[in-house]
Write a protein that binds this ligand. Sequence first.
Ligand code: 0RA
Length: 666
Amino acid sequence: MEEILEEKKKGNNVAEKPVEDDYTGGDIEILSGLQGVRKRPGMYIGSTNLTGLHHLVWEILDNAVDEAVNGFGNKITVTLWKDGSVSVEDEGRGIPVDVMPSTGKPAVETIYTVLHSGGKFNSNVYQTSGGLHGVGTTVTNALSEWCEVKINKGGFSHFIRFANGGLLDKPLEVIGKTNKHGTTCRFKPDPKIFPNTKFSYDTIANRLEERSYLCTGIHFILKDEATGNTNEYYCEHGLKEYVVAMNKNKTPIGDVIDFEDDVNGIKVEIAMQWCFKDYKETILSYANEVRTTDGGTHEQGFKTSLTKTLNDWATNNGLQKNGQTIAGEDIREGLTVVISLKIPEGKLEFEGQTKGKLGSPDALPAVASVVAKSFTYFLNEHNAFAIDLIKKCSEARDAREAARKAKEVARGTKKKTNNDFMISDKLASAQSKDYKENELFIVEGDSAGGSAKTGRDRLHQAILPLRGKPLNTENVSIQKISENLEFSTLINTIGAGVGQDFNIEDSKYGKIIIMTDADDDGSHIQALLLTFFYNFMKPLIDAGMVYIAQPPLYRVYKKSDPSKHVYCWNDDELAKAKDKIGAGYGINRYKGLGEMNADQLAETTMNKKTRQLLQVVINNPIIVEKKISTLMGADSEPRWQWIQENVSFDTIEDDYTNEMRGKKNG
Ligand code: 0RA
């Protein structure tokens, strides 16, 4: 989706570079390559929103990590500079600087200006490619206002500079002597490409933390020159510490179990731990440090082998109740596992539209054999744990069976009664049966609910008002949730089940939109609802179907003619609106949804053509896991503050937002 958005957007953002006339054939190729990236940034970095902006850093960072993972240097420093630039410094061998006979140019210049040239210089066994599209340094350079590279190598310090979207600005030169070695790349993202060029310290910190778990023995340092903030991440027992971090504030069963082996050149590392009172499974998988959000052969191998290994062990030890086996989903309830594979170049295959799925066939038997061997050994060595675990899994199965039976009974009765009434008397449902097109607005407060019901598009928009704060669902069983009126209503309304039984295909809505006031209480309600969706309907979030509505903060109008008005979502827009309306303006500051009438609410927040929505996207599992459990697990005051500053989920703009931005800019 993002790429389509970018197609729409680029017309607004991308400036054409004047073509100069003294270029050789090779230069023209370079120029058109760089221009191609600038014309369609979405194709290379996914989008030009904040996620895309940070891709520029990931591309550079991953090269530095590659170098360190392959044994060259063990310290990587990322610095945010006051001028808005960022640098990544490593202590590796230094990018090659010698002139290449084929181009007559220094290798570093080629690596920075020719797409897909990076790999040719790199003979590392395991190549990482954390940039979603793995296109490397050229893309970062092309999308930067300027980009400077300093290389310490062979006794000398070298420097090269690019500007205006990747064009050579200062040719490579020796600037001094040094006995150090390593590469520093510093660049400033181009504001002509990115609407927002401000890097987020937290986003980069989380990425470095994640990397530190996957690449042990490397010191990752982050510094912010503007604030003086600094963090260092370093792990010796990577995945184990990753799982500990994920399960912080939960009730683990035993220590983290971890194993590691090499099968036909594929290095498999796994760390896992079960927790009580956690009813979901959390599987994080990686291939060569790339997160595989859509799973793939390694996850398949893990699941199949885990199920078989535990069942075999239970059977062999006479622990299966009535000879029943345990299903995989019941074994994985409450399990947190990180699977990381290092696969040699030739065997590495990614699949799917976003390349988020591992396709390498060899990964399946490799992981399966490691699990079978090592987990069997572990169970034999830890009998008490094994017995507890099997008991827990059987209980999960029994609970699921009971829930299924209850649901069947409920379904039987439901058919006999008025469907809408059974769902909720508060729900104003949508008329269309084209469920994918339908949207469910979960609205804070009955009064806003009333305006929303009046102002909605009755064909496709349904309104479910919430009374008060929803239950905090962290560490709460499905049983308890079903007894909660607010959540059982929501579960019935969505109509696709809950927990392990949730089936996204049955969802009666294509978009679930949380609409709250833009204040502390509103963010708390958002966090509580997101916690519920995350714990019990995670596939909705994974599919990008959960959104947060964005009511405006102000309306600026002309006093002499209030029909002339502009809505504003932030202070920048407010300043511009004042200018636009000119002398004699008035301002409405909206403190809550209830202050807007039905028309205003519809126009600003609900109408597909004019609203702004934030899509809830989980970019970094560590933050979500850690923060949800810290925040929602303990009821401490600073929570408000925190939610205000960092919603636990990264949000990206949906298509309509961009359409609207386009309009505003144009
Ligand atoms: C290719 C070959 C050599 C080093 C590198 C690439 C290299 C690339 C990057 C990117 C960021 N930091 C880097 N450090 C090294 C080896 C060249 C040699 O042995 O002379």
